[in-house]
Design a binder for this molecule. Structure first.
Ligand SMILES: C[S@@+](CC[C@H](N)C(=O)[O-])C[C@H]1O[C@@H](n2cnc3c(N)ncnc32)[C@H](O)[C@@H]1O
Length: 302
């Protein structure tokens, strides 16, 4: 039907919305996805590439190093005339794929209004972010409980919702006036890819764009913004590391990743002699808020 309405040529993607569900019922595979058909009206449509964090299995060199094709058209790391690897351009993460991992609204979610087919706001927000800009008009001709309209409102878009059911229209109006969005712990605390990165690291970097780095002793994150064409590395001093050890790990990482700038977040108190020489090679130490607080408290209580 959509092929008929929009033209098969205007089919863009079949999006799989996948989620976890728990059920012990019937024999067979548990249904845990829905299909979204993405069509445009013409060839010329708005599209904002969205980025997601790299998965934990991504090799850090894949993020940092420039790649090229060899004579067999195989992707290889680019080298300079001396055979050294070359840093690539800034990378924002992995472009959003056509498989979307967005939690299903659980039956007790605050966001739930009792509409059987209600979709999560996060899902509609992703759709709207992908293909519209602020101020655009979003139309949902089968708006049900009004999720699309609420998502559009929260994102600064205009909207039109239509439904043949008066109950649906009234419910939608109520929700538009009082939008309630359930914070997803999964998304708030990080997706699967973040599971191995200490939560402290994520908290320290809240509000800045970065790629978390897994299973690397010297680096916990790489900022999206580069410094003079080189990656900016961040490490948090771990409980089992002295400041000296943390500096050593981070400075080794700076060498291998050819980074000119790095930040070490210091979490435990020690003398600060190290600070003198590290600044010369581009590393800065930032005192964690908890450490700073305990220092200040120590002064108060003397
Ligand atoms: C699957 S629900 C939409 C649920 C919505 N996405 C949400 O998050 O709440 C589909 C809605 O389409 C409405 N509907 C079905 N046929 C319609 C028609 N011909 N004209 C207008 N609305 C219609 C139904 O009343 C129902 O509320």
């Amino acid at each position: 039907m959509l092929d008929h309405i929009f033209g098969a040529k205007n089919f863009q993607s079949e999006i799989i919305w996948a989620y976890k569900r728990w059920s012990n019922s019937k024999k067979g595979l548990l249904p845990s996805h829905q299909n979204i058909y993405f069509y445009s009206k013409t060839k010329d449509f708005k599209f904002n590439t969205l980025y997601k964090p790299y998965s934990e299995t991504t090799n850090i060199d894949q993020i940092l190093q420039r790649r090229t094709r060899d004579r067999h058209n195989k992707s290889v790391y680019d080298k300079d005339s001396l055979g050294n690897s070359i840093n690539g351009a800034e990378k924002k993460g992995v472009p959003l794929s056509d498989v979307w991992d967005i939690p299903y609204l659980n039956p007790k979610a605050k966001e739930r209004v009792g509409y059987p087919t209600q979709k999560p706001l996060l899902l509609l927000e992703q759709v709207i972010n992908l293909v519209t800009a602020e101020g655009d008009i979003v139309l949902d001709p089968f708006c049900g409980s009004g999720t699309t309209c609420v998502a559009a409102k929260l994102l600064g878009r205009n909207f039109i919702g239509i439904d043949e059911s008066l109950d649906a229209v009234n419910l939608s109006k109520d929700r538009i006036d009082n939008p309630i969005k359930t914070e997803s712990n999964l998304l708030k605390n990080g997706r699967d890819s973040y599971n191995n990165v200490e939560h402290s690291v994520l908290n320290f970097l809240k509000g800045i764009e970065f790629n978390p780095i897994q299973r690397n002793k010297g680096i916990d994150a790489i900022l999206i913004k580069q410094y003079e064409g080189t990656p900016v590395l961040v490490k948090v001093q771990k409980d089992n590391e002295t400041l000296g050890e943390a500096i050593k790990l981070l400075s080794n990482a700076m060498k291998t990743k050819k980074a000119k700038k790095a930040f070490l977040i210091q979490t435990s108190d020690e003398n600060e002699l190290y600070k003198m020489d590290i600044e010369n090679f581009g590393m800065s130490i930032i005192i964690s808020p908890a450490l700073e607080l305990s220092r200040q408290l120590a002064k108060i209580y003397i």
